[in-house]
Write a protein that binds this ligand. Structure first.
Ligand SMILES: C[S@@+](CC[C@H](N)C(=O)[O-])C[C@H]1O[C@@H](n2cnc3c(N)ncnc32)[C@H](O)[C@@H]1O
Length: 192
């Protein structure tokens, strides 16, 4: 697929999956300098060095720019403390319902129209219905294009908000003995 511009929020994994799209213009945003360094090293290794990597939060560093493709892998784990022992504090902490960053990201999509459908990672247990409602307000809809179930690290299990577990057990969260699992999707977003 050819595209004039690709914007990757929270850039690492996104770049690995999507940086190969033939593009004249690549942008990446992350709040952490170390993440941008990793993205730069990865792009260098892939011989895709023409990219603008910006440090900042969500849409703020790109102003009113429009992109052909937007991909995002946001922190959206329902915890209010850093929840990945081996990662940066910014890695997955999504606030009390997991939507602290997801909601403003989704709300900004309508202001940064894309020509190709945005792709985002989405934990089932942060409420796909809420995501659909925010999108619909902007004339957008989503559909799952990939789904998987992942085991949660015990440290994450310990920090997952009780109200979220109560609401989503059996509907995105499952348990097998001492192990807890979460359903995760990649959502494709389109004009309604
Ligand atoms: C789930 S990790 C994804 C990491 C990597 N991009 C990947 O896809 O493998 C979430 C990333 O979002 C970044 N992040 C956290 N808060 C952010 C914010 N407000 N704006 C932009 N990036 C943020 C973190 O630094 C982290 O790199």
């Amino acid at each position: 697929m050819a595209a004039a511009s690709i914007w990757a929020l929270a850039a690492g994994y996104c770049w690995r999956r999507w940086a190969n799209w033939a593009s004249s213009d690549r942008w990446g945003v992350d709040i952490e300098q170390a993440a941008l360094r990793s993205a730069a090293a990865m792009l260098h290794a892939m011989l895709l060095e023409r990219a603008t990597l910006l440090r900042g939060s969500l849409w703020e560093p790109v102003g009113a720019a429009r992109f052909d493709i937007v991909v995002a892998n946001l922190p959206h784990f329902a915890a209010t403390e850093p929840s990945d022992p081996d990662r940066s504090p910014y890695w997955s902490m999504g606030g009390v319902d997991g939507r602290h960053l997801l909601d403003p990201f989704l709300a900004g999509l309508g202001m940064h129209p894309t020509t190709v459908s945005p792709l985002i990672t989405h934990n089932a247990f942060v409420g796909v219905d809420r995501t659909e409602a925010i999108l619909l307000e902007q004339g957008l809809v989503s559909r799952g294009v990939l789904a998987t179930t992942v085991p949660l690290h015990p440290a994450k299990t310990a920090l997952l908000k009780a109200a979220v577990r109560a609401r989503f057990t059996g509907a995105g969260i499952s348990r097998l003995g001492p192990y807890e699992f979460a359903d995760v999707q990649i959502l494709e977003i389109r004009r309604a």
